[in-house]
Write a protein that binds this ligand. Structure first.
Ligand SMILES: Nc1ncnc2c1ncn2[C@@H]1O[C@H](COP(=O)(O)OP(=O)(O)OP(=O)(O)O)[C@@H](O)[C@H]1O
Length: 256
């Protein structure tokens, strides 16, 4: 049983017949990529696993405890989520936003410590946004905002990282840097699940893959076995050419 596990889980995608129940466990050290076409339910799955929306059926366990039995704060001490899109609830600087990652560990009136501030600084540096610490987040570019969101999750550094499109808005260098961070956190014993649109990032960085089909079908397993060109062509209804670079497959869409 992994640090995050789903048993008989059916996600609630509006208007869809119930799909294949998911039975999977995300173990420490694993990086799961969730792949599927637009509307397949990737975000819905992540939000369900985070306890933000109810499932149609099944059970989710976090560290062996049913999610339904945990209070929100207990969940936030073990699990963090980066949303695909962000809205600013209220004006906040980059440093203040990253500090939100420490809130699950602080009691109501407890002030953040020097150690918390140090974690924020280190996270901002790791995500290459330390120079933006005093800027209001709504003034940032899309890629800068994405890196601040990742820095906030790194400040939280929970056992389970759920990230909806980690490389959204990022240039090539920062895509690679963020995926490298995911790899490092997995090596440090975290369990990660990432929604990805880029097959090549999945092939390069994921240990496990879950393929979600628009009709609710799904299959999952080790990345090497799941990233089979025929299966991916059916998933995306897109012909693919495959070459190998640096020991990993590179998928290139081709026209008929
Ligand atoms: N609140 C809602 N009301 C109605 N339909 C919804 C709602 N939320 C999600 N859906 C639908 O559920 C389906 C799954 O959405 P979801 O965002 O999980 O897909 P996704 O795989 O993450 O897609 P994308 O790749 O475009 O991000 C979509 O068809 C979406 O329109």
């Amino acid at each position: 049983m992994g640090v995050l596990s789903a048993t008989g889980l059916v996600i609630d995608v509006p208007g869809r017949q119930s799909g294949r129940p998911l039975d999977l466990a995300v173990e420490p050290g694993q990086v799961w990529g969730v792949l599927g076409p637009n509307g397949a339910g990737k975000t819905t799955l992540l939000h369900t696993l985070a306890g933000l929306i109810p499932a149609r059926a099944g059970e989710i366990r976090l560290d062996e405890t049913p999610l339904a039995r945990l209070r929100r704060r207990q969940i936030a001490q073990k699990l963090g989520l980066v949303f695909q899109e962000r809205t600013d609830g209220f004006p906040a600087t980059v440093a203040e936003t990253a500090m939100i990652g420490r809130h699950p560990y602080l009691s109501c009136w407890q002030r953040q410590s020097a150690k918390d501030a140090q974690r924020v600084r280190a996270a901002l540096e790791r995500l290459d946004v330390a120079h933006l610490g005093d800027r209001l987040t709504h003034t940032l570019s899309g890629g800068e905002r994405q890196r601040v969101a990742m820095a906030t999750l790194l400040t939280q550094d929970p056992a389970v990282w759920l990230v909806d499109e980690p490389t959204n808005h990022l240039d090539l260098h920062h895509q690679s840097a963020v995926m490298g961070l995911m790899h490092d956190r997995a090596a440090a014993g975290r369990a990660l699940m990432l929604c990805l649109h880029d097959l090549n990032l999945a092939a390069r960085w994921c240990s496990h893959v879950l393929l979600l089909y628009p009709d609710g079908e799904a299959c999952w397993g080790e990345a090497r076995a799941m990233l089979e060109p025929g299966a991916l062509e059916r998933l995306y209804r897109q012909r693919l050419s495959v070459v190998e670079v640096d020991g990993a497959p590179v998928f290139v869409p081709i026209n008929p």
